[in-house]
Design a protein around this ligand. Structure first.
Ligand SMILES: [Zn+2]
Ligand SMILES: [Zn+2]
Length: 81
């Protein structure tokens, strides 16, 4: 699966930065690993599973899935969209 690398990166980074335990959700885009904190809501993609990504990253992800005929899933938790 093409998502394995992305997921590993995200997990590693989350484990190494043990900050703000009150925030249950990752405040970064699991696709590009940049912050989503402070980004305008109109520039973000909110998925059913509760994860958030940059809309540009999500568009690229959707395109990749379509090109490879994969079922679209959340890049973070792989929940079907
Ligand atoms: Zn992103
Ligand atoms: Zn998710």
């Amino acid at each position: 699966m093409p998502t394995s690398g992305v997921k590993t990166c995200a997990q590693t980074r989350r484990d190494s930065s043990k900050t703000e335990p009150t925030k249950a959700q990752a405040e970064e885009c699991a696709i590009c690993l940049d912050d989503i904190d402070g980004i305008r809501r109109s520039k973000l993609a909110f998925l059913k599973c509760g994860h958030t990504f940059h809309s540009t990253c999500m568009a690229r992800w959707n395109k990749q899935c379509k090109e490879r005929s994969y079922v679209r899933t959340c890049p973070y938790c792989r929940e079907k969209l």
